[in-house]
Design a binder for this molecule. Structure first.
Ligand SMILES: [Zn+2]
Length: 102
């Protein structure tokens, strides 16, 4: 059997930069120095825990704290919530710690 082929151009998505998910700042690097990539989600029993996983890039500690606040708001009532390798409960305590200092 002979295969019949044709040449075809395929569009390919390539990473050309990174955007901060909090303030919208852009960099033309895939992994900008000094930025941080993290994720959050929960492990509650049920099918939606895999879908709960979201990835974020932040450009600064300030944006990271804002992201923590956002994640805590989204996941706060869940027992199994996490932000990166931090449990949601630790994130809440961390934010309280920062609040107490300012
Ligand atoms: Zn930012």
């Amino acid at each position: 059997m002979s295969e019949i082929t044709k040449k075809q151009k395929v569009e390919q998505e390539v990473v050309v930069g990174t955007k901060c998910d909090i303030c919208g700042k852009k960099s033309d690097e895939a992994e900008p120095d000094g930025w941080h990539e993290t994720y959050h989600g929960h492990e509650d029993w049920g099918g939606d825990s895999i879908d709960s996983m979201e990835y974020f890039d932040v450009c600064s500690p300030k944006c990271y704290i804002k992201l923590l606040n956002k994640s805590v708001k989204e996941l706060g009532r869940r027992r199994t919530g996490y932000i990166g390798d931090m449990s949601i409960h630790f994130a809440v305590r961390l934010l309280e710690h920062f609040k107490a200092r300012t």
